[in-house]
Write a protein that binds this ligand. Sequence first.
Ligand code: PEP
Ligand code: MG
Length: 590
Amino acid sequence: MTQVRREIRRQGLGVSAGIAFGRAYLIGRDTLKAPRHHIEPDDVDTEVARLYKAIAASDRQLAKIKEKLASENESDYHIITAHQMMLHDEHLVGAAVGYIRDELINAEWALRRAVDDIAGVFDRMQDEYLRDRRSDVEFVFERVLRSLLGRETGPVQPPPDAIVVAYDLSPADTAQLHKAAVAGLITDAGGKTSHTAIIARAHEIPAVVGLENITEIVETDDLLLIDGAVGVVIVNPTAATVADFRDEQRRQVAAGAALHAMRDLPANTQDGAEIALLCNIDGPEEIEDALDYGARGVGLFRTEYLFMGQAEAPDEDVHYRSGVDVLNRLGGLPATIRTFDLGADKLAPFLEAADLEEVNPALGLRSIRLCLSPLGRPLFKAQLRGLLRASAHGPLKIMFPMISGVSELRAAKAVVDEVKLELQQEGVAFDEHVKLGIMIEMPSAALSADFLAEECDFFSIGTNDLIQYTMAVDRVNEYVSYLYEPLHPALMRLLGQVARAAHAAKIPVTVCGEMAGEPMIAPVLIGLGIRELSMSAVSVPEVKAMVRATRIPEAEALVQRIGRLATAAEVRAMVADYVFGLTPHAKVRV
Ligand code: PEP
Ligand code: MG
């Protein structure tokens, strides 16, 4: 008689939404041990040659995996390319060769030591994304180790519609898995920015990570139910549980299809006001997806990502090409390109080399302050030259981050004038009337918005930082995150003041912080007089649904009522109440 296994529920981190139901396919981790022994001085060259041979073999394997990927634009393609680069990285290979020569140890041991040195550096990093990159070094190590030991693995081949269960998945594994049409992925390890998460999201495969010991609980062929939105995994679900999830799955599929069907509908309120829904991007390659979600332009291109992780700061041509690339991909839709916003938690090699040793970098030499300083000015000028040249190719606007007040705005505009003059003298084409705008992301800017509006062409409110600086709460500090509240009455007042100043000066005002992508908050922003919202592309359909259910006079009345409330909790409750009345089925996060 077969034993009926009982239902087990586990909570992990849901990193890619969607419900999947299927049989488990366990990818075991036969723990490979790196053998350790000393070698004779005469064997050093042989050992170094073994290492290089294994690296070359690993490189060929990765190249083969890449060949099978459908497109060079997929995120997995780039990640595997990065792994190939890591294989030849001097810090890794040079250090391993050094250990073989200096300490007379075998290649496997030397490589393990070189990997440990690098992994230690990643472990100490503050940034979660960078910390997660430790796993990349381990994946690369494991591949070379397998080659050294003659234990190369073939591709993992789960049956279609299986749910893959693993300790962790390398990008190469995940890339192959999505081709195999697996139904879901669950892992012991991993965080929000692990590769399993990134690739699963890109290919819309439901995934739950950080389950700690799921590989010890699940056996191949167990029935599994996973909900990637909330991070739940159910092993051996009962018939009743499966029925519940099937209902939820049908609801989610129907909601997803309805939202997608809205892609070509206008983002108009019930009374016909058009709200521009734009997207925030970190690179031009995100534009196709954003258009697919229904975005009508780029409201914020965070160009600092052109600097991060690059040994050399981008030159004028890089900025020119990326600006033109954005415009071409948008095919006539507008693009707002923000000049680089580096400093604080966003670092680039030139900044790290400067070793500023700031005690409080969030309040330090960052963003436009850095651009106007001797350290950043040449890079700022190069970017402005590139962007101005790109402005000859389409509707490009230039935006300055972290402007504190009018003096700083004038200083930034003076650099633009200087660059324009140079280009004119050189006979280089650019749009003479290119629009120059500013981010409003600190209280000093919000409170002097009327002065600022007289001297620039548009505002974009960066609520992520505006909340941080208004509430004096570090936006990435979990201990005080309870204070990070977009609907705080102080924020409502600042937003209202900025919108009124923009209207009085007849300049457009966008909100481009995360709160612009919260559907529930859309009626509030509309009621405050905001007509442009810029958000991460996936939020566009849900925000559009909310816009289409909103009436301007009602949204304005809501803002009036909110104005009499003293706490964020009361504001949130009133907004939730209002939104329930609009769309009874709207998902409201209270
Ligand atoms: C903001 O501060 O709201 C913003 C959009 O900029 P970033 O998140 O890049 O600081
Ligand atoms: Mg900001």
